[in-house]
Design a protein around this ligand. Structure first.
Ligand SMILES: Cc1cc2nc3c(=O)[nH]c(=O)nc-3n(C[C@H](O)[C@H](O)[C@H](O)COP(=O)(O)OP(=O)(O)OC[C@H]3O[C@@H](n4cnc5c(N)ncnc54)[C@H](O)[C@@H]3O)c2cc1C
Length: 462
């Protein structure tokens, strides 16, 4: 640990201790740049939330020296098992994820699964090695940019005599890693264009007996009720994603344990062998697809969900934030140590935004290609394709349900998912080159118009 990181008071305030804030803190601390990281909740995170970890995030974890802790705890992403209703026991289909072989240049090629609560604990433990601890119960109220510094108002909720106290502080840089409802983003006046999807769901963790832990169990679809139950790295603890018009109102059912368990029982086929136990956490969840038009204004930045939110399929929410923060971390470290000019920080926004603009073009062609391959009779097809300028060639058809694997010339493979609902309407979940979920769309036109609404027309799609 350096003397620098302990003795100098932080010029950088990170707001929010989710994966995006924590990764940024770790990247800066490892570069001898002290930070203050505040978190408004008074307790550590509870719940798995987005637990899929992409290979690119594993590469980031390796660079930060935490990959072994993550891999030790993480599990492989299980196969998906779809059950027929009514009854709920007859297997309609099993979908196995294609597994790619690692190579020396590409050691991480497969998704792993680890709950965000576990991941947070791993990163926090590493942060503490640098003499920094997340300050729980400390909330950013407001942020204001001056010429060469940023003024913040902070409310300290921590218990201990006299109730909450307010602090007025000054920092050189403030980073909003404060989730989709980001105070930082709103006060900066950054746009957050996009849309909420139609689905209203519940997401949370629950103890279950009688369900095997080697697969993700799925019953029904969102036109009526859909329940997906995913095992976790903790035996007996499962994550539930459930919804549909007949499931119940997410807002009310989340706070009514009996109603929730009854809805789960019915939507999984009234099976007597499945016992729903302690509800660890359960929240309403409405997937949104939104993005800022800028990641920075002066000395204030946003990262993670504060800058973009995605729908859950593809498991990109958390991973995207990790990539943002890793991108920003080394640049901010160099500028803070006066080893690089402040203009280096312009490249953060410059690099993150074009990824999406490029994705528009790439994923549109990918979408058209995928639609061409669409099998009308299948109700779920998973396709693994190359995404990137260098299109590769198909190497394998992994299973009869349409899982395909492609590799590029560097042996990289990225994902795209094509799924149809029972009404015959398909949707495509496209993954952009940095393995971030780009969009969920119903047609090539939908994809184009969605991104045009954010970035304007690009030359290629005019
Ligand atoms: C219920 C739920 C289920 C989800 N399920 C999935 C899923 O299945 N798959 C998937 O990919 N993604 C999922 N996500 C999204 C995924 O969890 C996020 O993409 C990921 O957590 C983003 O990380 P982050 O660090 O940017 O933000 P967060 O993890 O949201 O962390 C932000 C932190 O900032 C804190 N904060 C907010 N405002 C302030 C303030 N003013 N002052 C101080 N602290 C503040 C918050 O308390 C929070 O701890 C889910 C999200 C939710 C809410």
């Amino acid at each position: 640990m350096s003397v620098f990181s302990r003795s100098k008071s932080p010029e950088i305030l990170i707001v929010g201790a989710g994966p995006a804030g924590l990764i940024l803190a770790l990247a800066l601390l490892q570069n001898d740049v002290p930070v203050r990281i505040i978190e408004k909740t008074t307790h550590p995170r509870i719940g798995q939330r987005g637990s899929g970890i992409t290979p690119r995030s594993l590469e980031v974890f390796e660079a930060l020296g935490i990959v072994n802790q993550v891999l030790k705890k993480a599990i492989n992403v299980p196969k998906v098992c779809l059950y027929k209703l009514p009854g709920g026991t007859e297997v309609l289909k099993e979908i196995e994820r294609a597994t790619l072989e690692p190579t020396p240049t590409c050691p991480y090629v497969n998704f792993r699964q680890l709950g965000q609560d576990s991941l947070d604990r791993i990163i926090q433990a590493d942060i503490q090695k640098y003499g920094c601890a997340v300050e729980l119960g400390v909330e950013l109220l407001s942020v204001e940019q001056s010429d060469d510094h940023t003024n913040v108002k902070i409310l300290n909720h921590r218990p201990g005599g006299g109730g909450p106290t307010q602090q007025d502080m000054t920092y050189k840089w403030v980073i909003g890693a404060d989730s989709a409802k980001s105070v930082v983003r709103k006060q900066l006046g950054l746009s957050f264009l996009g849309e909420a999807t139609e689905e209203n769901m519940v997401v949370g963790d629950i103890r279950i007996e009688g369900l095997s832990e080697d697969r993700i169990h799925v019953w029904g679809d969102l036109s009526s009720t859909m329940t997906a139950i995913r095992p976790s790295e903790t035996s007996g603890v499962f994550t539930i994603i459930a919804g549909g018009p007949k499931f119940g109102n997410p807002e009310t059912i989340c706070v009514d344990e009996a109603a929730l368990k009854e809805a789960l029982r019915q939507s999984t086929g009234n099976r007597s062998d499945i016992k729903f136990g302690e509800i660890i956490c359960m929240n309403p969840y409405r997937p949104q697809i939104r993005m800022v038009d800028e990641f920075r204004k002066g000395g204030i930045f946003v990262t993670g969900d504060a800058g973009h939110v995605h729908s859950p399929p593809g498991g990109q929410g958390m991973n995207t934030g990790i990539q943002d923060s890793f991108n920003l971390g080394w640049k901010l470290a160099l500028v803070a140590k006066q080893l690089a000019p402040p203009s280096l920080l312009d490249t953060y926004s410059e690099e993150r935004l074009p990824v999406v603009a490029e994705m528009l073009n790439i994923t549109t062609s990918l979408l058209k290609k995928t639609i061409k391959n669409f099998n009308d009779e299948a109700d779920l097809i998973q396709t693994i394709l190359i995404v990137g300028k260098e299109q590769g060639k198909e190497i394998d058809v992994v299973n009869p349900h349409g899982v395909r694997a492609f590799k590029d010339r560097d042996n990289h493979g990225n994902d795209a998912f094509l799924g149809s609902k029972n009404d015959g309407k398909f949707g495509v979940f496209v993954i952009r080159p940095d393995r971030v979920l780009g969009a969920r769309v119903q047609s090539p036109q939908g994809l184009e118009s969605y991104f045009q609404s954010i970035f304007g027309k690009t030359e290629e799609n005019e």
